[in-house]
Ligand binder design. Structure first.
Ligand SMILES: NC(=O)c1ccc[n+]([C@@H]2O[C@H](COP(=O)([O-])OP(=O)(O)OC[C@H]3O[C@@H](n4cnc5c(N)ncnc54)[C@H](O)[C@@H]3O)[C@@H](O)[C@H]2O)c1
Length: 670
């Protein structure tokens, strides 16, 4: 008789008691590309031994061949045989077997990150960005879920790059989970090292919100991209000028980049987005994320000319290489107002960037069969890409780097992207010009929440609460932050209509320290008196004020020389952990690449109690003001103002303030 187990029983079992039969991966899902064959024969043996240690010795003879095969075929051992039989999605919190409500909320967040509707390569446990892993293999998932079902509110689970090292005694005020991803001895933090040690099964690339269980699908990215595009147009056209009929030219319709056309539509411009991978472009078109799709440059030119003369708000996907668009727009004299790029240049040699002049298939073949020639082609392409952009900027285009390492890789390829001083790039990053001075320096960043009831009504209630809080703040806000508040009030009022929820019932907006704490406190009160029916998880993207040290992105607008240090992100994760976070995480890599960034985040479960109130107030205060203090010490104008205001509001806060030096005095130095 076949006995079927319930979801709860399967979670509690962890690694199955009996060896399950072999499973192959499902072709209906997108799969991670084959990873580089980098290990020596001895290292391959080590990788196999490392994988087998999750299972009883009696299974090893059977599993060994399968794991050797996976390593050979895919460059990694995912342990497909152990993929669970139940559906993967964020269930309402009460459906999880757990001793601790906090742990149940974390299980919900993990399952959301692996939900095939949300995750990029769900069977390889990759949430986004091509390599953003929640776990390295299915054994780690099974053991972690079992541990979370067992853990009490006086214990802490420690996660080493997807591996559950164990549950240790702690205290009721400690985090339930502490996560590290990809933390390396600094000298072993080159991209090759990720390939090697990830293939061995001892580290992983957690991206930002993949390995920290805080991904909420495309909504987060649509919001951030909308804020960026809107403010970029304000910079280019001046405040209050409509971007209708103005062109935003960019590339990429993948995981995050796919948000660009939608954001362009919300901002009110013409978005032209090139994408070399036809299936990625068609997917976005069929999802309704981009309005028009064309395979030819001639048709693209016709559509764009009409859109410009009619001052349209429209988004157009061009299936092909973005360099061809930049070059053709130049010869056609089509004026590009805003330019950027979201190809995956954080991963330039393994499919993140496709060189011009080769078809998508030809490029993939060269990448696998002749990596050295592929690298040469990418670098030549980057030089041509930069030349084409330079022609447009000389005619007035405002070009910004979108944190995808475009300028970094272009400079490494000797493309013409350096400033005359040979130190800086010619073009700003979106953080240097937009998000840094307009948002992060004042504490505005990507605050988010998830309603663990899974109820749409709860989400609607949280939207209303958040809007009310922001509106009351706007009434007394200083001029320097009024626009940010107004943009987010507009966003939250439209959020339901924009239908951006995929997976868990989540929402995002940008708020500062005061706003985040007031919104969270209002949620906590509403949970306490039953208006919201179950706990709410609050958190944020790592791409924020304080959580990330990344010299070419989040901290690119730090000009006192400290942008190559990582103290802020480390203080943040430690500081959050003892002020009330339910889980904390710190990662190497994320966005711009392995070894290029240190980034961290938190999750905090609000359950309507006074204890939650104390935690949210203490933790959110530090989580935002840590970064403002550092930005103020770096002499950033907005942060100097914001931290002065915070010290007046909070007498317990004392921040060391810089004495500004007269520029004329410095000029006396020979
Ligand atoms: N959206 C954001 O807010 C944001 C913020 C910071 C950084 N980024 C960065 O943007 C990059 C993109 O992220 P993603 O998740 O979309 O990655 P992705 O790999 O899913 O998508 C990138 C897309 O670019 C396409 N592409 C590559 N080369 C091309 C070319 N020459 N012409 C046209 N299309 C080309 C690829 O086919 C792919 O579909 C990453 O480096 C990410 O770190 C995004």
């Amino acid at each position: 008789m076949i006995q079927t187990m319930t979801f709860k029983e399967m979670i509690l079992q962890g690694i199955p008691h009996h060896l399950p039969s072999k499973k192959s991966r499902d072709d209906k899902f997108s799969h991670a590309p084959k990873r580089k064959d980098i290990l020596t024969p001895a290292e391959k043996k080590l990788a196999i031994a490392n994988a087998l240690r999750y299972f009883p010795a009696s299974w090893h003879a059977e599993l060994i061949h399968e794991f050797v095969e996976e390593l050979k075929l895919y460059g990694r051992i995912y342990m497909y045989r152990f993929m669970p039989d139940y559906e993967m999605y964020a269930r309402p919190i009460h459906e999880y077997p757990a001793q601790s409500k906090q742990a149940a909320a974390i299980m919900l967040m993990i399952q959301n990150n692996l939900d095939p509707a949300v995750a990029q390569h769900p069977q390889e446990l990759i949430t986004y960005g091509g390599n953003g892993a929640v776990f390295q293999n299915w054994a780690q998932y099974l053991i972690t879920m079992k541990y979370l079902a067992q853990i009490a509110d006086t214990q802490t689970l420690h996660m080493y790059s997807g591996h559950p090292m164990g549950i240790f005694p702690s205290s009721i005020d400690a985090p339930r989970v502490v996560v590290t991803n990809g933390m390396m001895i600094p000298n072993y933090s080159k991209p090759e090292d990720w390939e090697r040690y990830n293939a061995m099964g001892v580290t992983q690339y957690g991206q930002m919100t993949a390995g920290s269980y805080m991904y909420i699908g495309p909504q987060g990215i649509v919001h951030g991209t909308t804020i960026t595009v809107m403010n970029a147009f304000r910079k280019k056209l001046g405040p209050g000028v409509s971007p209708n009929g103005k062109i935003f030219l960019t590339a990429g319709l993948g995981g995050m980049s796919g948000a660009q056309p939608k954001a362009g539509n919300i901002a009110g411009c013409i978005t032209v987005c090139a994408e070399v991978n036809a299936s990625a472009a068609i997917k976005r078109f069929e999802q309704g994320w981009v309005d028009k799709l064309t395979h030819t440059l001639d048709e693209l030119i016709d559509i764009v000319k009409v859109a410009v003369s009619n001052k349209e708000v429209v988004s157009i996907a061009y299936v092909g290489n973005v360099i061809d668009v930049w070059e053709r727009f130049d010869t056609e004299n089509i004026s590009v107002d805003l330019g950027s790029d979201q190809t995956s240049l954080h991963n330039p040699w393994a499919g993140g960037y496709y060189p011009v002049g080769l078809s998508f298939e030809e490029a993939n073949e060269m990448m696998a069969n002749d990596p050295a020639q592929f690298k040469t082609a990418v670098q030549a392409s980057l030089r041509r890409h930069a030349n084409a952009i330079n022609k447009h900027t000389s005619k007035g285009t405002y070009f910004f780097d979108y944190g995808n390492a475009f300028l970094l890789e272009a400079s490494r390829a000797n493309a013409d992207v350096m400033h005359d001083n040979h130190i800086d790039f010619k073009y700003p990053s979106y953080v240097q010009d937009i998000l840094g001075p307009m948002c992060f320096d004042y504490g505005f960043g990507p605050f988010r929440w998830v309603c663990t009831s899974g109820s749409h009504d709860d989400l609607k209630r949280t939207d209303q609460i958040a809007a009310t809080v922001l509106e009351s703040m706007l009434a007394n806000a200083p001029a320097s932050i009024a626009q940010q508040l107004q943009d987010n009030i507009t966003w939250i009022n439209e959020a339901e209509k924009n239908k951006l929820v995929v997976g868990s019932k989540a929402r995002i907006l940008y708020a500062d320290a005061e706003g985040r704490a007031k919104i969270a406190a209002a949620f906590n009160e509403a949970i306490g008196n039953g208006i919201i029916t179950a706990p709410v998880v609050i958190g944020r993207d790592h791409h924020d004020v304080s959580g990330t040290d990344s010299p070419y992105r989040e901290t690119s607008n730090i000009y006192d020389g400290s942008k190559f240090t990582a103290d802020m992100s480390i203080h943040n994760v430690i500081g959050d952990s003892f002020r009330g976070a339910t889980w904390v995480s710190i990662h190497n890599g994320g966005g711009v690449g392995w070894g290029e960034v240190s980034n961290g985040g938190f999750g905090l479960v609000l359950d309507g109690t006074d204890a939650s109130k104390t935690k949210l107030e203490s933790m959110l205060f530090y989580d935002v003001n840590n970064g403002i203090a550092r930005r103020a010490w770096a002499r950033n104008t907005g942060s100097l103002e914001a931290i002065e205001r915070e010290m007046k509001r909070s007498p317990d806060l004392t921040v060391t303030m810089p004495n500004l030096v007269d520029e004329k005095l410095l000029q006396q130095i020979q």
